[in-house]
Write a protein that binds this ligand. Structure first.
Ligand SMILES: [Fe+2]
Length: 134
């Protein structure tokens, strides 16, 4: 089973952002586990929607912090958030069209979807915020 183990390599050094990211990682792991167990499609659907909703909420949170602390990379970062939401909505749509079957391939895609952004774009933002936040 695909599982994301939280460790310091995923930390962006800003506690309130790390807390959100941990929640997203937890939801991802629940989803991955459910797919592995073959849980009911309605349950998997609900988990996927929860993961997406939490991600949208979390992106707003990051965007607010970037605005508050006048982060130069705001527009670029926000655009990446929009792309990420679009791509996961596409996956969700495919899930609905393809008889509600979430496969390991989808899970692997989601793993990259979640971690790549944290390890790249969020790290850069965290590095800046860490310096300017009280
Ligand atoms: Fe972000």
């Amino acid at each position: 089973m695909k599982e994301i183990i939280w460790d310091d390599t995923l930390s962006v050094e800003v506690d309130e952002i790390d807390e959100d990211h941990r929640r997203l990682v937890d939801l991802f792991n629940l989803l991955s586990h459910s797919v592995e167990e073959g849980d009911a499609p309605e349950y998997i659907e609900a988990l996927l929607e929860e993961l997406i909703s939490c991600t949208i909420w979390h992106f707003r949170h990051e965007e607010r912090l970037m605005l508050k602390y006048k982060y130069q990379g705001f527009e670029e970062h926000k655009a990446e958030h929009q792309d990420l939401i679009e791509s996961v909505r596409e996956l969700q749509q495919k899930y609905h069209q393809e008889n509600k079957l979430l496969t390991n391939e989808h899970i692997e895609y989601l793993e990259v979807w979640l971690t790549e952004h944290i390890l790249g774009t969020d790290m850069k933002m965290g590095f800046y915020l860490m310096e300017v936040m009280d």
